[in-house]
Design a protein around this ligand. Structure first.
Ligand code: AMP
Ligand code: ZN
Length: 467
């Protein structure tokens, strides 16, 4: 069955065909490891995971490469401000290397907690400095670079096709919103190599043909993709904010150096937004807005982290999505109710044959997921399947197939299913503990015990066990 995907290059749905028979090269922009990934970031990684699972469901072999930005991403995407990693190190009184390692490990843990399949190749920017320098030299040889006070820059006016690949999207061309580095020739020019400051030593810096410094953020992804996938490869993904700057600049470097657009398909996930007390309008989740929520916050509320994955499935990846704790609790309850039904269904074992009804539902499911990853529809089909008159064993087999895409752990339900009323009492008790209201906390513990459950406090929040 054909896979249709919305290609940001050209802004249209296109049938996906791999460049090489049944093999897909997939590159997804990874995290800048100066802090924990927030739920907005993780929405993007869940969308990319679903894409990978859909490709594999269709019998394709995916080679997935992701970068870890441990140097070079400045506090503004337009190459202004401080290096996010150096800033993180100063904040935590650690070395930059320690910060990078700590948050890389935290990121990998989050991926595991959310059942996101690990990339085949996870590359650190600091492990590919040589390749990045080679790429910049190539750009220099071809006349695309110039030097100013703070670094080597890409001259976007030398590339007539700069930004032309995104129809109607090149607002950045006007340049008015971009703060100009002193000496930069065009607003859209970007740093390829930044010099270390003359008066201080950076923790991460390397020698180069242009002087001691570090590479710009936009160079790493091109160098790594070329190294691990070869150009062009099949699909490049990231969040929607990458279209105008990061991906535009990746394309510019690949066109200028290799004469190629790096990837055939470009897929972008929309933002996750959140309303805060300060503003009535939903804002994008971001560290600078101070409205971030982490995976560990989900466990602290006694909710299953996979409920976040379930919540992501309820909105199409190209639509904005509002996060709220009520919505997450709703997703948690929905997931627990599915788990309860599966626990019952799995008692029947797996069927020996494939009935025409099951085959029909599987085809419907495949059509939904292949239609630009229509997860809301696929999720609706899950609930229809549960309500259908299909025999239990057939239902169970079908759910396991669906879960190859959903990744909600249907084949391995270990979670104790906590009824929502017990959870509500536990959360009230957690609140009482935060307010140091120990009497109330003890009373609520007793109430939970009387209902047949035990609550244990943990560093993550609390755990509930059935007596
Ligand atoms: P960063 O670590 O800032 O480079 O971001 C990692 C990924 O998360 C990128 O693909 C971003 O486009 C994406 N991203 C950042 N903020 C959000 C958000 N609020 N919702 C969805 N994706 C986001
Ligand atoms: Zn990237």
């Amino acid at each position: 069955m054909a896979i249709k995907l919305y290609n940001s290059l050209g802004c249209q749905i296109q049938e996906f065909q791999p460049l090489k028979d049944k093999q897909v090269g997939l590159y997804t922009c990874g995290p800048t490891v100066y802090w924990y990934a927030h739920l907005g970031n993780l929405r993007t990684y869940v969308f990319e995971d679903i894409l990978k699972r859909v490709l594999e469901f269709n019998g394709l072999k995916v080679k997935h490469v992701m970068n870890i930005t441990d140097v070079g991403h400045l506090t503004s995407d337009a190459d202004q401000g401080e290096d996010k990693l150096e800033k993180g190190a100063a904040r935590e009184n650690k070395t930059v290397w320690e910060i990078a390692q700590f948050y890389t490990e935290a990121f990998i843990n989050d991926l595991k907690t959310l059942n996101i399949i690990m990339p085949d190749v996870l590359v650190k920017a600091t492990d590919t400095i040589k390749e990045q320098i080679e790429l910049i030299r190539e750009l220099e040889k071809k006349g695309y670079t110039y030097k100013i006070e703070d670094g080597i820059y890409f001259d976007t006016s030398k590339l007539p096709t700069y930004g032309a690949l995104w129809p109607n999207k090149m607002e950045l061309k006007a340049g008015a919103r971009v703060e100009m580095s002193e000496g930069k020739k065009n607003a859209t020019d970007f740093a390829l190599w930044k010099f270390s400051p003359k008066d201080s030593k950076r923790q991460m810096e390397w020698d180069s043909p242009w002087g001691i410094g570090f590479p710009g953020w936009h160079t790493e992804c091109v160098a790594m993709a070329a190294m691990h996938l070869g150009l062009p490869f099949d699909i490049h993904c990231g969040g929607i904010d990458h279209v105008l700057i990061h991906h535009t600049n990746e394309i510019a470097q690949a066109e200028a150096s290799y004469g190629k657009i790096p990837a055939n398909f470009w897929l972008h996930g929309e933002f996750m937004l959140i309303k805060t007390e300060q503003s009535n309008e939903a804002d994008k989740i971001s560290k600078s807005k101070g409205n971030i929520i982490l995976v560990s916050d989900i466990s602290k509320k006694g909710l299953n982290p996979l409920a976040f994955r379930y919540l992501c499935l309820t909105t199409h990846y190209r639509s904005k999505m509002n996060f709220s704790w009520e919505a997450l609790e709703g997703a948690n309850n929905a997931l627990l109710s599915v788990y309860t039904k599966i626990e019952e269904l799995q008692k029947s074992g797996l069927p020996k044959t494939l009935s025409p009804e099951r085959q029909k539902l599987l085809e419907e499911f495949t059509a939904d997921i292949n239609n630009d990853l229509d997860m809301p529809k696929a999720l609706a089909l899950l609930h229809e399947t549960l309500k259908s008159s299909l025999p239990p064993a057939e239902k169970y087999a079908l759910l396991l197939e669906y879960d190859k895409i959903f990744g909600l752990g249907f084949g391995n339900i270990k979670t104790t299913i906590v009824p929502p009323e017990i959870l509500a009492i536990a959360q009230e008790r957690q609140q009482a503990r935060q307010n140091k209201d120990w009497n109330k906390s003890d009373l609520l513990r007793q109430k939970i015990e009387n209902l047949g459950w035990t609550i244990k406090d943990s560093s993550q929040g609390f755990e509930l066990h059935k007596n």
